[in-house]
Every structure is written in C-alpha cells, then in structure tokens.
Design a protein around this ligand. Structure first.
Ligand code: 1CP
Length: 360
C-alpha cells in the first residue's frame, strides 16, 4: 500500500508546478484538474521519429547518448500530449554493467552471450555500486530531459524488478515459460537470493541517481512476474521487490507494474507501491476495492494495447475508454495507461487520439 507518500508531503522538494501536476496529484490519490494519461513504452518503434534515430544509431548506442535519448523522450511526450515522460532507456542495461554481454538484434529481441547458470556465476557478477554508476549517460539524459520538459510534466525514472532481471540473466534473453528461471530458483535457492540481493543494490543505486537527476516518480517493471505462482512470488520475488521499493527517496511515488499478474496484484501492491499497475486482465473496480480503493493506493492502467493496433476503428477505441471510465477509472487515484507496453505495430495516430479522448 501507499508508502506514506501523503505523510512525506513534498519531502522531495518539487516545484509547485510539478507538485500540482495531474500525474503527481493522482499518484497521491487526490483529484486532478484532468485525468493523467501516459503510455508504457511511449517512445519506441511504432513512431517514425524513433525509427529515424534507429536508422543511424544502435539501440544501446542510443540509450548511452544523452542528447539523443533526451530528444527521443521529449519528442514522444510532446507529440502524444501525455501527462508524463519516461526516460528513454532499457531495463536490461544494468545487467550489461554487471558484466553480462548484451546484444539487441532486430527481430530476436535482447540477447545475452553468456547466461547465469550457477552459483559461481552469480558470485562472479560485478560490483553493484559500480554497475549503477556506469549508467552515467542515462542520468545525464534525465538531466537534459527535465531541462526540456514543461514545468508541470514529471519525468518517470525506471528499472526492472529483481525477479524480471534475474530471469533475463538466467534465460539469457526473453522466454516463453521461464522454466530455467524456476529450475534455478528451486535448485539453488541460496544463489537465487544472492543474485536478487545484488540486483537490488545495483537498482537502488540506479533509481537514486535517476531521482537525483530530476526524475519525480519511478516505475519498477516486474514484466514477467506472472510466470510465478502466488506462493513462489511470495518466497522468491516479493521480498526483493519490497527491499528495492523501500530505498526510493521519500516523497517520490513508486509505481509497481507486472504483467499477467491478476493473481499477484495484492502482493505487488503490498511491496510498497504508491501506484500499482494493472494489466488488461485485471478487473479494475473489484481489484481496487479489495486493495482499499483510492484512499489506500493509486492505480495505473489498463486498456488493451491491441486497441491501438493499426485498423482499430476509432469508435472501438472510444468504447474501450468509456468502458474504463464505467469500470471506475478517471477519478482520483487513477492514471490512464495501457495494460502493457505499446506494441511496435501500433498506429501512432490512434495513440494520440487516445490521449485526446482521455483529456477531452
Ligand atoms: O529495436 C529497438 O529499437 C529496441 C526496442 C526497444 C525500446 C524502444 C527496447 C528493446 N527497449 C526499448 C525502450 C524501453 N524499454 C523503455 C523506454 C521507452 C519508453 O517507454 O518510452 C522502457 C520503459 C523499457 C522497459 C523494458 N525493456 C521492459 C519493461 C516494459 C515491458 O514492456 O514489460 C522490458 C521487458 C524490456 C526488455 C526489452 N528491451 C527491448 C525489448 C524488445 C524488450 C522486451 C523483450 C522481450 O520480450 O523479452
């Protein structure tokens, strides 16, 4: 539940414009002048502007070029007219600075040339403090982005959750079933917990530096948490997520998001979320009521990302928005978003129309 965000007041020393912004107001569970909306992965391959950058920059190169990363972030924010920016970066960069060689090949998604397969390989990972410091270009991109944003638009910093990053490290890339990850958890529980503890140290350093560089909220993506049972999540994942969330400076809202997590959402919320992200399979009103409603926690989500795929009639999109409103959205404590990241086949005009519908 909300980590005493209200008691903390403006402990982060935000400007009046930021403090009163629709996005941060709703993170605190209060009513805003307009319902805030942003889209997970809002700067990405569905946008021609982004594809233009990618024609001349490798993906990691782009993430490590502060001026280019800031421009991609700012362009997507402004073009869509959304109420928050999220820094252009990736959750996997920290695994690279911890010592796992990372490649992004078009089509196959991210891949590590070496995966973590034994306790010895866990212990051979790099120093977490150094791994976080080595993402200096990301923090510089945050500074440049904040300088370019309107005064009332917050910048969201982010990282992956310990479970999701440990799963990438063990699988060596994405996976359908995360079987190797669970095998490792069951076979080597002590090494698993050491891996997650090291990730927490590196990620805490990264979030603190993003906040120091001007981010006024953070989101932790536990994208693949849905592959664990509730019991396994409680034993292997939640303690590390809770430890990480607790390190975020006072007064900075923490958004915790997972996908395929209707069975885990109570636990995720309980890990210290000020805002919990619902995927599109999580029924908004009954789940939020169970968590205590807007007084206890804010909610972000949860339109189906497929509504934005090319060819969806505008009436269908409007019906989706109306349905979200009827399900209890748009009021105090609700941030409009998709239930998962925007897909690369999305129609940018539909994405922009969604923002108009929410604001209109
Ligand atoms: O080819 C390209 O140009 C790279 C595509 C791309 C982009 C645009 C990747 C590779 N990452 C990103 C940026 C990114 N990733 C952002 C910032 C952009 C924004 O939101 O505006 C963010 C917040 C992420 C976070 C991220 N990366 C997540 C969590 C979000 C989610 O969708 O669940 C995950 C799982 C990743 C890993 C990753 N990086 C890239 C891809 C294609 C993936 C997913 C791979 C897989 O399915 O396993």
């Amino acid at each position: 539940m909300r980590r005493s965000l209200r008691d903390a007041g403006n402990a982060a020393g935000l400007s009046d414009a930021l403090w009163g912004s629709p996005f941060l107001t709703v993170c605190r569970g209060e009513a805003a002048a307009r319902p805030p909306v942003w889209l997970m992965r809002q700067a990405g391959r569905y946008m021609a502007h982004y594809r233009g950058f990618r024609a001349s920059h490798g993906f990691i190169e782009l993430c490590r070029d502060p001026a280019a990363a800031a421009e991609v972030t700012l362009y997507a924010r402004q073009w869509l007219g959304v109420d928050a920016a999220i820094i252009f970066s990736d959750i996997l960069l920290i695994l690279q600075t911890l010592g796992l060689p990372l490649r992004y090949s078009t089509g196959d998604g991210p891949q590590f040339d070496r995966a973590v397969q034994s306790a010895a390989e866990v212990d051979a990972l790099g120093d977490p403090e150094q791994a976080s410091a080595d993402l200096a270009p990301v923090y510089e991109a945050c500074r440049l982005t904040v300088a370019g944003l309107p005064a009332d638009i917050p910048l969201i910093g982010f990282c992956g959750a310990p479970f999701t990053l440990a799963a990438y490290a063990i699988e060596g890339g994405g996976s359908k079933q995360y079987a190797r990850t669970r095998q490792f958890m069951y076979r080597e529980p002590a090494a698993w917990h050491r891996l997650c503890a090291r990730l927490v140290q590196a990620l805490a350093g990264s979030l603190a530096r993003q906040v120091a560089a001007g981010c006024s909220a953070v989101q932790i993506f536990d994208s693949w948490a849905g592959h664990l049972s509730a019991e396994d999540y409680a034993e292997f994942a939640a303690p590390h997520l809770r430890a990480l969330a607790a390190t975020v400076p006072a007064g900075i809202p923490v958004i915790l998001f997972g996908h395929g997590t209707a069975h885990l959402v109570d636990q995720i919320a309980g890990c210290g979320a000020d805002v919990v992200g619902f995927d599109q399979f999580t029924p908004l009103r009954p789940t939020w009521d169970r968590l205590g409603g807007p007084a206890a926690i804010s909610v972000q989500g949860n339109l189906d990302p497929c509504l934005l795929l090319a060819g969806t009639p505008r009436e269908r999109l409007r019906a989706g928005v109306d349905r979200l409103r009827a399900a209890g959205g748009f009021g105090p404590g609700h941030i409009v978003n998709l239930g998962h990241g925007i897909m690369k086949e999305s129609d940018p005009e539909l994405a922009r129309h969604l923002v108009e519908l929410v604001h209109g």
